[in-house]
Design a protein around this ligand. Sequence first.
Ligand code: CP
Ligand code: NVA
Length: 311
Amino acid sequence: MKDLLRTAHLSRDDLELLLELARRFKERPTQHRTELSNQTVVLYFNKPSTRTRVSMCTAVARLGGIPLTVGPTELQLGRGESIEDTARTISRYARAFVIRTYRDEDVARFAQAATIPVINALTDQHHPCQSLADLLTLQEHCGPIDTLRVAYVGAGNNVCHSLMEGIALMGGTVAIATPEGYGPDPELLGEARALAGRHGGVIEVGHDPGAAAAGAHAIYTDVWLSMGDPEEERARRLERFAPFQVDDALMARARPGARFLHCLPDHPGEEVTAEVVSGPASVVFDQAENRLHTAAALLYALLRDRLRGAA
Ligand code: CP
Ligand code: NVA
């Protein structure tokens, strides 16, 4: 498997390997420090980023390489050069290409034309790199994924899709609660349910945050308005999503000792209260740190051609 465009493209073995590699990078950050000696990795960001940008750049540096971050105004892509020619050109210079943009089909076109690994660093529908860090954090704080119930409360967005695919592959239970009309994409949900069926996982989808949270080992939320969602929807969404805020009362519906997860950046007072995100249940900065170790693992595995992909 050359690229990582979405979590469901991984096999369960791939996912377990990546999490194991990430644990090893966390213990010994400088192992494989010559893997990328004298080589570059190009990172293209067409949306803002703190965690993905800095963790990926740091992971490249720890593997001995040089990260080159570029944006739409710096590449000829922004002046109309085709995705395919950009991908073919960069493939002649760099060892890997990391891309954050809007349309999933644009990333698929990049991957198709590139001869180097392409990593999706967030699109409108997927955030596979985030899901790797989420799974590692859940393992560390809550236990083996196939023993867990994880509640995802809020918008059925890119982060929700990748988390649902990751938990399905690992045989866990994810209970998703969103306002009506804001659930996960039906096609992606169907595919994730098929994966869950093969791996002993369960995906529940509904509109009752309390029911999703009941007995959960962890509650996860993300922003109600993602990058690229129309700003004029903000006021309407604040009203529609208000009952889905993660607060102390919702946390109390989960198991004793349940953890709170959020990919960050957050909007305290909107999708989560300041008390919860800054409280003792919150593991959001462990999640953020795990972006680094999982990024190193992913780069290493792709460069070494260690991923087999879904059957
Ligand atoms: N969680 C995440 O992807 O954060 P950034 O947008 O800061 O990269
Ligand atoms: N769903 C959010 C995640 C940001 C890391 C977005 O796409 O803006």
